[in-house]
Design a protein around this ligand. Structure first.
Ligand code: PEP
Length: 251
């Protein structure tokens, strides 16, 4: 596939962690630690922390995103958050289809596709997450599963979007994919993307790796040609760890 330069992207997924005072302290620290780093940085806090995080990062180049959204623009959906509400809280990104949403809430690829489309309609960029389970990888079905998740999650053809490959067996486990496995999978996903959206668009799409990324393993993963950044969970909770990951990818 045509080689093209893609701006690195680093997402920090706080999951269900932190309270407002901790978010404020984090936002005072992170911008200074990544001011000379290469690439784009986005923090994904819980809904209650979005206004605090947006205010804390205002004036810095660091963006804020939601961890999920409901596909409907408004309505009787207790406990959910809409794309418009995310925009109102200062978001420009949103995660769609994180494996913990698929696991805890039974999210299907069709729902992920609807969420990604709703995000784009409101002006948000979805970071669409896909990944195989340990059993699927061990039985040799990883690529088949990923291809199905990819085409299902992109069924509405959202634009723009970025993709995160997060093997479920690597999330929060300390078991990172080797750079070789990650690269082979990312290259496969880029080819599969080309079949869906055309080669020039696929060549320009950022595909992030996620799964137990830390300051020690980030540089060797990032050195691979189809790895365009990271979605980081645990290590993003600490600004020095997260900034060390980002800085190890260039400044
Ligand atoms: C994630 O939450 O998307 C993630 C990759 O988590 P961790 O970095 O903790 O494995």
């Amino acid at each position: 596939m045509t080689s093209i330069s893609r701006r690195p992207l680093f997402g920090g997924n706080w999951k269900m962690h932190k309270v407002a005072a901790e978010a404020e302290a984090y936002c005072r620290e992170l911008p200074g630690l990544v001011s000379d780093a290469l690439g784009e940085v986005v923090i994904f806090p819980s809904p209650t922390l979005l206004p605090t995080t947006s205010a804390g990062l205002a004036g810095s180049p660091i963006a804020v995103g939601g961890q999920d959204l409901h596909p409907e623009p408004a309505g009787a959906h207790t406990g959910d958050v809409s794309a418009t509400q995310l925009v109102d809280a200062g978001c420009s990104w949103v995660l769609c289809g994180h494996s913990e949403r698929r696991r805890d809430h039974g999210e299907t690829d069709a729902q992920v596709a609807a969420k990604a489309q709703a995000a784009v309609a409101a002006g948000l960029t979805p970071l669409i997450c896909i990944g195989e389970s340990e059993g699927e990888r061990e039985s040799g079905r990883a690529l088949e599963v990923l291809e199905r998740q990819l085409s299902g999650s992109l069924a509405e053809r959202p634009e723009p979007f970025a993709l995160a490959y997060e093997p479920v067996w690597a999330i929060g486990t300390g078991k990172t994919a080797t750079p070789e496995i990650a690269q082979e999978t990312h290259a496969f996903l880029r080819e599969a993307l080309a079949d869906l959206i055309g080669e020039p668009a696929a060549a320009s799409k950022r595909i992030l790796y996620g799964g137990s990324v830390n300051p020690k393993n980030a540089a060797s993963l990032f050195a691979k040609p189809d790895i365009d950044g990271f979605l980081v969970g645990g290590a993003s909770l600490d600004p020095s760890q997260f900034s060390a990951i980002i800085r190890s990818c260039g400044s």
